[in-house]
Ligand binder design. Structure first.
Ligand code: B1M
Length: 235
C-alpha cells in the first residue's frame, strides 16, 4: 500500500484524504494519486466528483504557484504526470455509456502549445456524454485539423489553447475553414484558461467553453439544433 510518510491514505476521512491528494498532486506523487483515486471510488464517490474535487482542484493550486514562480516546469511536469495517472483510472468510468453516439467531434490543442490535461478532460467528458471523439493531441497546425475533417467528417471541431501566444492560432484555423468554404458545415468550440467569450467571438468561433462540463452542454446544444434543423427541412 502506498503511503505518504506516516500517512496511511486509506485511514483518512474523505475531506482530509482530498486535501492530502492536493498535496500529493503538488508534489507529483503519482502512486499516491492513483491510490487516492481508487480509495475515493471505493467509498462511493462518482468519477466526476473525484475528478473535479480531488484532481482538478489540486491542479488549480499547482497552477497558482506556477504562476507565482514558486513551482517550475520540472515540478509541474511531475504534477501533470500524477494528474494524468489519476485521470487514466477515471477515464473508462467516465466514458462508460451505453448511450447511442450523439455526435462526432475532432479536438486538439493548437500549434505551439503542448498543454493537454484540460483537452483530455474535455475529450473524456464528451465521450462519457455519448460523443465520438477524435483526439488529435497537441501542437496541431491547421493542416492536421483539415486532414481530420476530411477523414472523419465531424459535426464539431474543438480547439484548446493555454498560452496567450498560441490562442490567436485559433483564428488561423477558422479563417482557413472559411477559405475552404467548410466553416458553416461545422460547429467550432474553443476553450482554455486564457480565453473568454469575447475572444471566441473575435476569432469567429461558435462558442467559448469555460470548462469540460460547459463543453459537454454546449456540444449537446449544438447537436440538438442540428437535429431540429434537419427535422424542419424534412417536414
Ligand atoms: Co504551462 N503555462 N507552460 N505547463 N501550465 C500555464 C498555462 C500558465 C498560465 C502558468 C502560469 O501561470 N505562469 C502559463 C501561461 C501564461 C500565458 O500564456 N499568459 C504557462 C506557461 C508560461 C508555460 C511555458 C511557456 C513555461 C516555460 O516553458 N517557461 C510552457 C509552454 C509549453 C508549450 O505549450 N509550448 C509550459 C509548460 C507546461 C508543462 C509542460 C510543465 C505543463 C503541461 C503538461 C500537460 O499539459 N501535459 C504545464 C501546466 C500543467 C500548466 C498549468 C499549471 C496547468 C494547466 C492545466 O493542466 N490545468 C497552467 C496554469 C493554469 O492554467 N492556471 C500553465 C488543469 C486543466 C484541467 O485546466 O487546461 O484550463 P485547463 O482546462 C480546462 C478549461 O480551460 C477547459 O476545460 C478544461 C477542463 O475543465 N478547456 C476546454 C481547455 N481546453 C478546452 C477545449 C475545449 C473546451 C474547453 O474545446 C471545445
Amino acid at each position: 500500500m502506498a503511503d505518504d510518510g506516516d500517512i496511511v491514505l486509506s485511514e483518512l476521512p474523505d475531506g482530509d484524504l482530498v486535501k492530502q491528494m492536493h498535496d500529493d498532486l503538488y508534489d507529483g506523487l503519482k502512486d499516491e494519486i492513483e491510490e487516492g483515486v481508487r480509495i475515493l471510488l471505493k467509498r462511493g464517490w462518482t468519477p466526476y466528483r473525484t475528478l473535479t474535487e480531488a484532481l482538478v482542484e489540486g491542479m488549480r493550486i499547482v497552477g497558482e504557484d506556477f504562476r507565482d514562480g514558486i513551482l517550475f516546469v520540472p515540478e509541474v511536469l511531475l504534477s501533470a504526470n500524477a494528474m494524468k495517472a489519476g485521470m487514466a483510472i477515471l477515464r473508462p468510468l467516465l466514458v462508460e455509456t451505453g448511450a447511442p453516439r450523439i455526435g462526432k467531434m475532432v479536438i486538439g490543442t493548437v500549434k505551439g502549445d503542448i498543454h493537454d490535461i484540460g483537452k483530455n478532460l474535455v475529450s473524456m467528458m464528451l465521450e462519457g456524454a455519448g460523443f465520438e471523439v477524435i483526439d488529435l493531441g497537441i501542437n496541431n497546425g491547421v493542416e492536421k485539423y483539415l486532414a481530420a475533417i476530411e477523414e472523419h467528417k465531424p459535426d464539431i471541431i474543438g480547439m484548446s489553447a493555454l498560452l496567450t501566444t498560441t490562442m490567436p492560432y485559433m483564428k488561423v484555423v477558422i479563417d482557413t475553414l472559411k477559405e475552404k468554404g467548410i466553416r458553416d458545415d461545422l460547429v467550432v468550440l474553443v476553450g482554455g484558461a486564457p480565453l473568454n467569450e469575447e475572444f471566441a467571438r473575435s476569432v469567429g468561433a461558435d462558442a467559448y467553453c469555460r470548462d469540460a462540463a460547459v463543453a459537454v452542454e454546449t456540444a449537446k446544444e449544438f447537436m440538438m439544433r442540428k437535429h431540429n434543423q434537419r427535422a424542419a427541412v424534412r417536414a
